[in-house]
Design a protein around this ligand. Structure first.
Ligand SMILES: [Zn+2]
Length: 151
């Protein structure tokens, strides 16, 4: 991508963000020669492979719906949900993969959800990490507790 002002072929990325529909990545770039800034936009297709083997385009809305269920009755706002979904999407896109398994989407949701609400995190983790017994819950809770003690 040449600088539109001086045609220098080299620029550095100063900011990247994904559009709300998850289909475009906008980057702010700064020319390394003249220092002027410009934007580029690229579309990145990301396919999710469902357990049935069917592929569908990644949808941030679907992530939000899944997280919303785990957040029922919790003090979590729509903005919080959007934030969790954005962090998860950025984590996935940072891997550079164009195709991911549905459960990897769930795993990418866990860290930001853990920051947001521990009860919702446990509910969500129990599904995506396949908790099978009380011991699994106890281990996850012990993990949350030990994190708190470190803070
Ligand atoms: Zn330039």
């Amino acid at each position: 991508m040449h600088c539109p002002f001086c045609r220098n072929p080299d620029s550095r990325v100063v900011d990247s963000r994904t559009s709300d529909d998850g289909l475009q990545i906008r980057r702010r770039r700064q020319c390394t020669v003249c220092g002027r800034r410009f934007s580029t936009s690229e579309s990145a297709s990301l396919q999710v492979v469902k357990r049935s083997g069917v592929m569908e385009p990644f949808s941030r809305e679907k992530v939000i719906e899944g997280v919303r269920k785990a957040c029922q009755g919790r003090p979590v706002t729509d903005a919080d949900l959007a934030q969790v979904a954005q962090v998860a999407e950025e984590t996935i896109r940072a891997t550079g993969a164009s195709q991911i398994q549905a459960n990897e989407v769930g795993l990418a949701v866990l860290p930001p959800l853990r920051q947001l609400d521990e009860v919702a995190y446990l509910r969500f983790a129990s599904v995506y990490q396949g908790f099978e017994s009380l011991e699994d819950f106890e281990a996850a809770i012990a993990d949350l507790r030990s994190d708190k003690e470190l803070r």
